[in-house]
Ligand binder design. Structure first.
Ligand code: C2E
Ligand code: MG
Ligand code: MG
Length: 705
């Protein structure tokens, strides 16, 4: 044991004041011993303190006095070690922060004896206060941006949030979270993995700051998109993060705008279906998936037949309604993994997953049956307001990987197959075949050759005589186009008119043919016959095409000093079936200018004579397929006779096409047919040859006069 003198010497070495005191339950305090340190702390002698405990009491800071009082009463009852911090104010006005740590030595009936040490912590307090002030300052700076601030004490697992932070998620300012992990529970499950990755990247030092966008569940259960940014501000000596501070920025509005833009870029606003762009992505994805799964895909191009008429008759609103319903019907025929997209207009594309053409014994797996189901559902009546409308669909089908493996090729193949389906009469599906590919390649080559063909004068017009059967006289001819291809030789119109139509080139080519014919008829009216008439074939595309009207043709005739009746225009029944107000106007304008109209290939289409009367048709050209089989007993003869009688009754003139034999000629003559055209009467020929031919025949046939 120390003597008191020794103890005093030892305690003099300790910074601060060592003490032993008695504390009564009422808070009265009596010092039993104080070390010399009291001199340094209070500027008071130890003896004075032991003599009068109030000697120190007077230095308590007035602001801390009340708490010191209650703390002392507590200390009198407690046997536990205690730590107190408070301020003292010396006679000269100096304020010091002190810290008192004490333990209970013994208890008696009045209170307790405690011993301990009081040290000056003014310096430490100062830095603490300064630190708090700086923290408060930057927290204020962070908060003033409108962001919520978080402060994460990583190893303790404690996280503190600013009021604004809590407000962002709908929590009151006094809400306390127990543990930092509570926060992770509020993060959207889809976003958690990336959040942890980003966090790790920053903890490991790979990323200088932490930044992550994720959704947080608000108090009301809704989700909010936020941008979380932060930085580790202290690490332990091993580099492990201790504390991290950051912010949450509400980016919900930006995310909503981004989502909107994404929707607009990838979906068709009318039907809500994926658009071309999205389809491409899906197809690329499906190709990859079916590669792994060793499955087939079918790619379907679907085009509604006669949609244009719906648009023309019911207006765009009606057309839109139909498209929406058509989209729903196609969708209803598909499985959950399949995709239907709208490519624009009345074109849809479908990806059928797991589609082998001969897949499985179960009938619902058979691709053909599924395709037919789509066609069937589209051919049911569409109810558009009051109207019941019927359309059908044509479908081109190609298979991955059997036909091709690249997206581009698959699209091309499906398109070629669709072309075939349309060409074979619509309301059907056609599969892609290599022969189709070849035909398509030829078509593509011809299409590009056509363009240069017109510029390089590879076209030529030949004229086939149209003979008045009663007199054998020729004062009509049909202008027929020929293409002298530099490599392929003479290409027939059947091989290229369709291509010229789909590329739009038919407009320029048709105008060119018309001008040739007009020049020709002017010459022949002077040279061969004053009433001479040349008929020109006019494709439906030339009627429908934007900006097309007959005025330029009529104007051209006028400039040559020709009457409208010097030409006739040959049209097909398809044009009349699709007749929009614009087409009807076009036909009426021609009639008003005196240009006559002939209905070509009669009998192969809709073939209603009374319907034709509505359109002021002047000539009917009976299609060569009826003439080919004309024998006295044939039903075709009965048909021809009926057509001729009815046409005459309706004031129309009849021309028979494709007369090749004298027997056909005689039968038609006997049936009262007005005009004939065919190899027997004269092949299509060049203008020179035509002139010679005309001279010859007019010499041979006696003039009726
Ligand atoms: P189309 O208007 O019906 O023309 C009659 C076609 O029958 C012509 O074929 C003609 O050469 C052929 N023909 C005439 N008499 C006979 C015969 O006795 N037997 C047989 N087997 N055929 C005969 P071409 O010149 O090959 O024209 C085919 C089609 O191409 C035309 O049919 C017409 O629709 C179209 N076309 C021809 N030139 C033009 C044109 O300038 N513009 C447009 N848009 N189409 C044209
Ligand atoms: Mg014709
Ligand atoms: Mg014809």
């Amino acid at each position: 044991m120390f003597s008191e003198e020794e103890f005093r010497q030892v305690t003099a070495q300790v910074p601060g004041m060592v003490f032993r005191l008695h504390l009564s339950y009422t808070g009265v305090l009596k010092y039993l011993y104080v070390s010399d340190g009291v001199r340094e702390l209070y500027g008071v002698e130890p003896d004075a303190v032991v003599a009068d405990s109030a000697a120190l009491r007077i230095f308590r800071h007035p602001d801390d006095e009340p708490t010191i009082g209650s703390d002392l009463q507590e200390a009198a009852r407690s046997t536990l070690p205690m730590l107190l911090q408070f301020r003292i104010q010396l006679a000269d006005g100096t304020v010091k922060w002190v810290q008192v740590s004490s333990t209970c030595v013994e208890q008696d009936g009045l209170g307790a004896v405690r011993s301990g040490i009081m040290i000056d912590i003014t310096g430490r307090k100062q830095t603490e206060i300064e630190l708090q002030e700086t923290e408060a300052r930057w927290k204020l700076a962070l908060e003033s941006t409108g962001d919520g601030v978080w402060d994460w004490h990583i190893q303790e697992g404690a996280e503190f949030y600013s009021d604004r932070y809590k407000e962002m998620y709908g929590y009151p300012a006094d809400k306390v979270w127990q543990h930092a992990d509570d926060y992770v529970d509020l993060v959207h499950p889809d976003d958690k993995a990336q959040l942890l990755l980003d966090q790790h990247a920053h903890f490991s030092g790979a990323a200088p700051t932490y930044s992550n966008e994720h959704r947080v569940r608000c108090k009301d259960g809704s989700w909010k998109w936020i941008l979380s940014r932060g930085m580790v501000i202290t690490r332990d000596p091993k580099g492990e993060p201790l504390r991290m501070i950051g912010t949450h920025t509400d980016i919900s509005a930006r995310k909503a705008a981004e989502a909107q833009i994404w929707r607009q870029a990838n979906f068709d606003p009318l039907t809500g279906l994926p658009n071309r762009r999205m389809l491409r992505q899906r197809l690329e994805h499906d190709i990859q998936a079916s590669q792994t799964a060793q499955q087939s895909l079918a790619i379907l191009f679907i085009d509604l037949d006669h949609f244009k008429e719906v648009n023309d008759t019911l207006g765009h609103d009606g057309g839109d309604l139909l498209l929406v319903q058509a989209a729903q019907r196609i969708q209803a025929c598909l499985g959950p993994a399949d995709t239907v997209a709208r490519m624009g207009g009345d074109e849809f594309t479908v990806i059928v997953c797991d589609a082998k053409p001969d897949a499985g014994p179960a009938p619902e797996n058979r691709l053909e049956q599924r395709l037919q189901a789509i066609l069937d559902s589209l051919s049911q009546a569409f109810e558009l307001g009051e109207e019941h409308v019927f359309v059908s669909a044509s479908m081109g089908v190609t298979l991955y990987p059997a036909d091709a493996t690249r997206v581009e090729d698959l699209f091309k193949h499906a398109d070629q197959a669709l072309y075939l389906a349309k060409g074979s009469g619509r309301n059907r599906f056609s599969f892609f075949t290599p022969a189709l590919q070849q035909a398509a390649q030829t078509r593509a080559r011809l299409a590009s050759d056509l363009r240069s063909g017109l510029a390089q004068s590879q076209f030529e017009v030949v004229y086939q005589p149209i003979v008045q059967l009663a007199s054998g006289k020729i004062f009509k001819a049909e202008a027929l186009l020929r293409w002298n291809h530099p490599l392929r030789g003479v290409v027939n119109p059947a091989q290229f008119i369709g291509i010229a139509e789909s590329s739009g080139l038919i407009i320029d080519i048709g105008d060119w043919v018309f001008r040739q014919a007009a020049d020709q008829v002017r010459r022949w009216r002077g040279q061969l016959q004053s009433e001479f008439q040349i008929s020109v074939n006019k494709s439906p595309v030339q009627f429908h095409h934007e900006g097309q009207s007959p005025h330029s043709w009529i104007e051209h005739l006028r400039s040559l000093g020709l009457p409208g009746s010097s030409v006739a225009v040959e049209i097909t029944e398809n044009l009349l079936l699709d007749a929009s107000p614009k087409v009807i106007r076009h036909l009426l304008d021609m009639r008003d200018a005196g240009v006559q109209v002939a209905l070509d290939d009669f009998g192969t289409g809709y073939s209603s004579l009374s319907y034709l009367q509505k359109f002021d048709i002047d000539y009917i050209k009976i299609d060569q397929s009826f003439i080919r089989n004309l024998t006295p007993a044939a039903t075709d003869l009965a048909l021809c006779k009926a057509i001729i009688v009815m046409a005459h009754a309706l004031g129309m003139t009849v021309i028979a096409e494709g007369i090749e034999t004298p027997e056909q000629l005689d039968l038609l003559k006997a049936a009262g047919c007005d005009y004939g055209q065919g190899y027997l009467l004269g092949r299509p020929m060049s203008p020179k040859a035509f002139e010679a031919f005309h001279l010859e025949t007019s010499a041979a046939t006696p003039s009726p006069a």
